[in-house]
Design a protein around this ligand. Structure first.
Ligand code: SF4
Ligand code: SF4
Length: 179
């Protein structure tokens, strides 16, 4: 058997070089067929949505971007114990602990806090294990629809505290609502 006749998929067909008939050369049949297909789809339910005006409902188990929480007095909850980093299967979390100074009691809840806290969003798989491991209820994967934006620079995906810590006005707002 020559190599030209081998068909791995079994779908190989001999191409015909026969001349087209007058009807085929006018393309009227093909155009009518195409128009019929287009017309048929006018009455079918669309499979696409008009994003961003319309959005699909999120799954009930959706996990959005992480947030480092503050307590009811606006102080950072994280004590830099490192349990979240240890539990992270993607090794996405790194931190550096620091000791709280006497005049920083209004900033950090415990004597130790995370001076540096970073999550590599390119590594994160949004499993939520960091949230489960945290004994201080300091890290959460939000249910907000905040998502990590696309970028061409890998370094922009290393989120530090400025992107992760809950904004102070949000903490004050939450406290006001619970009172
Ligand atoms: S969600 Fe999972 S992968 Fe992402 S930082 Fe937390 S533990 Fe790591
Ligand atoms: S977020 Fe929680 S688990 Fe992670 S270092 Fe802070 S206190 Fe520890």
């Amino acid at each position: 058997m020559s190599i030209q006749n081998i068909s791995l998929s079994g779908r190989k067909k001999q191409v015909s070089n026969k001349e087209m008939t007058l009807g085929e050369r006018l393309y009227i049949g093909a155009i009518a067929g195409g128009m019929a297909t287009t017309f048929k789809h006018l009455f079918k339910k669309k499979v696409t949505i008009n994003y961003p005006e319309e959005t699909r409902p999120f799954s009930p188990v959706y996990r959005g971007q992480h947030m480092l929480m503050r307590d009811e007095e606006g102080r950072e909850r994280c004590t830099a114990c490192g349990l979240c980093a240890l539990s992270c299967p993607a090794e996405a979390i790194t931190m550096k602990a620091a000791e709280r100074k006497p005049d920083e009691k209004h900033l950090y809840r415990e004597e130790k806090y995370a001076e540096i806290y970073e999550i590599n969003m390119l590594r994160c798989i949004y499993c939520g294990l960091c949230e489960e491991a945290c004994p201080k209820q300091a890290i959460y994967l939000t249910t907000s629809k905040k998502i990590v934006k696309a970028d061409t620079n890998r370094e922009h995906f290393i989120f530090g505290k400025e992107q992760l810590v809950m904004p102070l006005d949000q903490a004050i707002n939450n406290t006001a609502k619970s009172e």
